[in-house]
Design a binder for this molecule. Sequence first.
Ligand code: F6R
Length: 536
Amino acid sequence: MCGIFGIVTDAEQPLGPILTDAARRLTYRGYDSVGAATISGGTIDLRKDAGRVDDVAEKYDFSEMTGSRGITRLRWATFGTPSQVNAQPHLDSDGDLVGAHNGNVVNNVELRQAFMAEGMTVRSENDGESCVHAVERYLDRGLDFIPAIQNAYQDLEGDYAFVIGRINDDKLYAFKKGSGLVVGIGEGFTCVSSDLPSILPLTRQVIRLEDGEIVTLRADQVELHSVKDGSLIDRQPEVITETMASVQKEGYEHFMLKEIHEQPVVAGELLHRLAGDQPLVRQIVDGIAKARNVYFIGCGTSYHACLAGAVYAAQLAGRAVIPVMAPQFAPQYGNAVQPGDVGVFVSQSGETKDVLNALEVAQARGMTCFSMANVIGSTLTRKTEAWLPLVCGYEISVPATKTFTNQVISFLYLAARLGGVEDLDFGQLPGLMAETIRITDPQVQALVPKLNTWENLYCLGYGATFPFALEGALKLKEITYSHCEGMLSTEFKHGPLSAVTDGFPVLFVAGPEDVPLIISGINEVTCRGGEAIAIG
Ligand code: F6R
């Protein structure tokens, strides 16, 4: 998700510590590079590199940076590898503009070529630099800042937000299209950031920007304009009175609900990230293709993702994979592992001891080990040869939701690449997910009174949906404290069916190819007076 933050103050002052603190508050969104720029009169001080906030800030003495305007940016690589030159913020050709963006400019490659053809100095491969040049292009043609941004908006395709400033000026400008942007108004300063929680320690007076809005920040005033016609927008600041925790929940009753609703967004971020990191994808796919045996290893929810991954690898790529619960790996397969085998270790936290123990055994036996994890810098990511980031930001709720989704999508993506399957339209996924959440919400609400009187439930699936039945059962147990057993739907008739009494609810998870089989399972339940609930 990455993050940007910009501040305008009424006097020159040490801005480095303020920018470093703001960057720290944005780290939960995930990043691999850090940068800060301050503007003081006619000079821009720009310091940036790949690495952790505290390391980069110390190495480049962010604490020394002064000015009356500052920008910081955490970058998570999509266009261009994590490096000093690709880190943000970026300068324009002459070094008198500095800016940073958040999000994805999808026509970045074409734009960079056009900028170079027009004689601009393009230093990086990063799409944040394209935002700066897109504004530079129109300032150089003599336009004022607001019209320049209006024109840049026409050129920059994708979803993004950016903040930009110029030497010998007293303002910063920011624009929102798709990515989040919030303005803060304090005593002697104004600021803008990707999210509200990173502003709240500075001020509780905020204005939330809508898509298509440009904000001009002065130390004592903010002004909003429409990108369409440049007209002034009148919006009064609101005062945030909620606690930090409730602000972080963004209006949802609890974090789990919020994180369920974040799934489409983080899925989109993941897909963009995978598309932009083909060398990493190739390394893992080639490793799996050439391996003698392949193991997918995890615990709990992450193990269920491994199960789904094994189904996809077999169905899409004809590759047999052994999915295994991490603690069972050493006792069952420890002796069987040899050099030439490949393991993909899956963990949201990257710190689950059972997973790390399995990794140690696997590495001692010469296995090539890759991982999938959400927490950057976690032990698992440091100990494996290559790791795929899950790109979910913080998962605060203990029950895993969005990280499971992105684990499953990552496996699906790898399997499609492994099998050379070209016709899976991953681009549609985030929209379909958002639509699914929207249309199923009332049905889910209606089911709650039906289900919450039962102390025992079954959740059944088959084939590709079997891992999801297990995961659904785990979620129901973990959240309701009632028992729920996940099972292969065809196994139900071999005994458990006798538990069905009048009204007893049984949940079925059905994929399109298994509908006839699931219907026969449903009949077995309903003819005994049970109540079948199908998710399809
Ligand atoms: C269930 C859940 C747990 C974790 C398991 C592994 O909602 O969150 O089952 O999946 O403890 O944790 P990670 O993925 O961090 O290794």
